[in-house]
Every structure is written in C-alpha cells, then in structure tokens.
Design a protein around this ligand. Structure first.
Ligand SMILES: [Zn+2]
Length: 283
C-alpha cells in the first residue's frame, strides 16, 4: 500500500480554481483532481479526522500533497500581492519596509544571465519597489546551489517555510497567515548589503562616475556605487519624484535611510536612458 498521509487539503476544482476541501462537496461529488498528478480525488468530510482529500485510485503519485500545498502557497502570494519581510538582521542597515507590496507577481520566474549553470527558476518573483525572489519550502529548504546562484544575482530573496511540526492541516486562512505574515516562517536567503552612500550631496571629487540631471526644474544626481549598483538621488519635489520613481521602480529598491534609489547594475542602462530623456524634455 502506498503511504497516504491524508494531509492533502487543496485541489483543483472542475471550474479551474484551487480550492480547499471544505469549499467542495463530500466524496466524489467534489469533482476535484490532484494538483500534481491530475488523479481523481475524493473529498473526505468525516467526523473523526480533519477534512482532507484522498486519491480515488490507490495509484497515488509521490509528493502530491506537497505539490498541492506548494501551488496553493504560490496562489496566496498572487492573490495578496504582498509579503511581510523577515526581520532585518542587526546592523545590516538596509531600510526595507516591513512589508513588500508587489505590482505584479510571476510564478516559476526564470532569472539569470542566460549563461549555462547560472540560471534559476524562482518559485515566485515579486515585482515592485523591491524586486525579490520568494522561495517556498514545503519539504526541503532551498538547496545550497540555488541559494548561491540567488546571492550571485544580488537580489533580495526570502524563503517561506511551510514544514509543519504539528499535525493540523492547512486551510486558506492558516496558509495565508503562514505565507504572508508569520515571522517564524520566513528568513532571508539573501539580503543585499547596503551600499555605502556617504552623503546625499554629489561627490564631485569622487573617482567614481556621477551624473547630474535637470528634470522638471529639479536636480537629480546619480552615482556609480563603489562595489556594484548605482544610486539615484533627487531633490524633494513631487514632480521630479514621479519621474525618478517611474524610472527606478522595479529596477532596484528605495533606500529610505539615504533617501535615494539603488538601481541594480543590469538595469542601469535603461534607468540612465529614462533620466536622460526626461532631462532633455526640459522646457
Ligand atoms: Zn496526486
């Protein structure tokens, strides 16, 4: 007999939604299939055990329950479009907001330079003021090799851990809390170190390249940072802020401590082009 852990609570309904067992009818009338193997499922609304699904046929695939939970967790992020961040490490100084809100969320998102052996497929990639990789661990934590590749990409990355030490089964509410909020279920895989920015004023004597723009009558200063990435600072003005934020959002992160944007190296050409174009539109 294949081991049937009787912990599957999420499935694919006939109408294409991912559903919890309590959202559908009992027995075969649930009209659900397994999110992994596509096998027909039976809703089990008994009184003795917690409600769950089981495969109708005994030929269950391995890992169906884990895959169903993994897919349900990704669906939660797509619905919520936000994530409470792990507490930042002492002394790191990177002023990430406690919550990341995303403009869009991609699942199974391919990242990397395109060179063989450097690419990763992120479980979830959140695009917003902070772009970040989100990995969801149901059984195993992210492996060393993938974590290394993520670090080399220099992107913030969070792991959400859904391994359960207690035998209670997941429903949407507990899963939503675990995925979006629970501080005990998240940690940084990679938290990029803050870029040292000595001063908000332009370092005109610096050997590192810097650029000054005049956008809508306000000053915008960009610097190559010493190790990697670029900073973009603008004077306080709602009009110029709109332009700069539009250019930088999704291509780096807002560093509130220094009141500037940090733009990833690989996005610098397009950010630079946007700033230059805005500068040349001056009246
Ligand atoms: Zn299955």
């Amino acid at each position: 007999m294949p081991y049937e852990p009787e912990t599957m609570t999420f499935a694919l309904a006939a109408d294409g939604r991912k559903v919890h067992v309590d959202e559908v009818a009992n027995g075969l009338a649930c009209e659900c299939v397994c999110l992994k193997c596509g096998g027909k499922l039976v809703g089990r609304h008994g009184d003795v055990r917690q409600h769950h699904f089981s495969h109708y046929l005994a030929t269950d695939g391995v890992g169906c329950t884990e895959t169903a939970l993994h897919l349900a967790a990704k669906a939660v992020i797509q619905q919520e479009m936000r994530l409470i961040l792990p507490q930042q490490l002492e002394g790191m100084g990177l002023q990430l907001r406690a919550e990341a809100c995303f403009d869009s969320v991609s699942l199974e998102y391919r990242l990397g330079s395109g060179e063989e052996g450097t690419e990763i497929v992120a479980d979830v990639y959140g695009h917003g003021a902070i772009d970040m990789v989100i990995e969801i661990a149901v059984h195993h934590p992210v492996d060393h090799e993938k974590a290394e590749k993520i670090r080399r990409l220099g992107l913030p990355a969070v792991e959400i851990v859904l391994t359960n030490s207690v035998s209670s089964l997941w429903d949407w509410e507990t899963l939503r809390h675990a995925v979006v909020a629970d501080p005990h279920r998240r940690h940084w895989i990679n938290l990029p170190e803050p870029e040292p920015v000595a001063d908000q004023k332009p370092l005109t004597t610096s050997a590192l390249p810097s650029w000054e723009f005049n956008i809508r009558g306000a000053r915008v200063v960009a610097h190559k940072l010493p190790f990697r990435n670029f900073s973009v600072w603008h004077s306080f003005d709602p009009d110029v802020r709109e332009v700069v934020e539009g250019a930088c959002r999704g291509r780096g992160w807002w560093q509130s401590k220094y009141r500037n944007w940090v733009v990833f190296d690989r996005f610098w050409p397009e950010v630079f082009a946007a700033l230059l174009s805005a500068d040349q539109q001056r009246n």
